[in-house]
Design a protein around this ligand. Structure first.
Ligand code: DX5
Ligand code: ZN
Length: 210
């Protein structure tokens, strides 16, 4: 079976001890640090941004996948690249000129991910799948940690897997939201390459054995 990477989400960490959270990710099987940036407009909460990413960048060599849940991500990618993001993932639903933004992120020397909320079908990505490095399938409605996984989102992972192999494409597939110790084996068999976990990881529910 292929190796699936774990990307713990800092959203469920204790923000008064981000250094401890990064250590915990390093010591418990994390391969990528998933950083949820929320702007209070695309989603209701506000989390953290470029200055915080810059501070924690010096704590680890693990790659940072910065998940932008913001409106107008095109206004922010330069500064997120500069702050130490390795992957910049933005939402299909958050902007119009997606092709331009993918090119911009690549021109900054960063990997580019595209994310879709549960109600967005995979079919809207058909033109851009050859260009992206990652598709982040949201398996909850974005904005909060600790929600339940919406089962039909796993079908979208399977659909992406099928398209990838039929068209011989290279993007990675990640799932984000509601993964826990009960559903992880089912999630793992859907074809994902990266599993994001916030609450289950930080509550020590997820034993990473994949
Ligand atoms: C939700 C975020 C997720 C969140 C996942 O909007 O994008 O990354 O942290 O948290 P859990 O694993 O608790 O659903
Ligand atoms: Zn996320």
């Amino acid at each position: 079976m292929k190796k699936i990477l774990l990307a713990p989400s800092l959203l469920s960490a204790d923000f008064s001890d981000l250094a401890g959270a990064v250590k915990k990710i390093e010591n418990n099987g994390g391969s990528i640090v998933h950083i949820d940036v929320m702007d209070g407009a695309f989603v209701p909460q506000i989390t953290y941004g470029q200055p915080v990413i810059k501070s924690i960048r010096k704590l680890t060599d693990l790659p940072f996948d910065v998940h932008l849940m913001v409106e107008k991500p095109e206004l922010m990618v330069d500064s997120f690249a500069e702050s130490g993001s390795d992957w910049i993932t933005f939402h299909y639903e958050s902007t119009v000129h997606i092709d331009r933004l993918i090119n911009k992120i690549h021109s900054l020397g960063k990997k580019c991910g595209i994310s879709i909320v549960p109600s967005t079908p995979v079919s809207v990505l058909s033109e851009i799948l050859p260009q992206v490095d990652l598709v982040l399938v949201m398996s909850v409605n974005p904005g909060f940690g600790g929600q339940s996984l919406i089962p039909y989102c796993l079908e979208k992972v399977k659909e992406l897997e099928k398209i990838r192999s039929e068209k011989d494409l290279n993007f990675m597939i990640s799932i984000d939201g509601g993964v826990n110790e009960k559903n992880i084996s089912n999630v793992a068999s859907s074809g994902v390459d990266i599993i994001v976990s916030g609450s289950a990881f930080f509550n020590d529910k997820l034993k990473w054995e994949l």
